[in-house]
Design a protein around this ligand. Sequence first.
Ligand SMILES: Cc1cc2nc3c(=O)[nH]c(=O)nc-3n(C[C@H](O)[C@H](O)[C@H](O)COP(=O)(O)O)c2cc1C
Length: 167
Amino acid sequence: MVGCLATVDDGAPDARMVLIRGVDERGLHFFTSTTSAKARQLAVTPRACLVFWWEPQMRQARVRGAVTRLPDDEADAGFAQLDRSSQIAARASDQYAVLEGRAELEARFEEARQGMRAPAVRPPGWGGFLLSPDEVELWQGHPDDRMHDRLRFLRDGDSWVCRRLAP
Ligand SMILES: Cc1cc2nc3c(=O)[nH]c(=O)nc-3n(C[C@H](O)[C@H](O)[C@H](O)COP(=O)(O)O)c2cc1C
């Protein structure tokens, strides 16, 4: 499941797509370069919003909450599940780096490919994050009459309070 992750960049919005690799009772898991803009932004403002869109069903989900780092053992497990190309990319790609050109990218990937042990070890610059929702909005479109359903769930301790919002 892929969603758009919005973060705060020194008071201004920033957003990009990420792959949600897991969902459990704590929240939603994604993985990224720990030197990336998103990771740096989350270190300063540890809150984010994730938005998902399912076009065939005309459904949107919007999830807001606090973001924390997943423990190292879960990041290790997440790295181990990647296919080999993704593991090489994770080793080679510091997402904050500005490259001279495509040739530098190819050289970095080749270096990472040659330096990779079997089984591959998670590089220190790659990790997992957990978004723990405290607000969820579910939107169901009704294109015929435009009377879309919009339900907002706000966390209240161990339970959730649901309110219907005007579409
Ligand atoms: C469909 C899709 C899925 C993506 N999934 C991830 C992901 O899971 N993790 C990641 O770091 N970047 C992912 N990216 C790349 C990010 O959108 C982004 O370009 C990159 O992480 C750098 O973002 P930042 O500079 O804002 O940190 C994905 C891009 C697309 C188009």
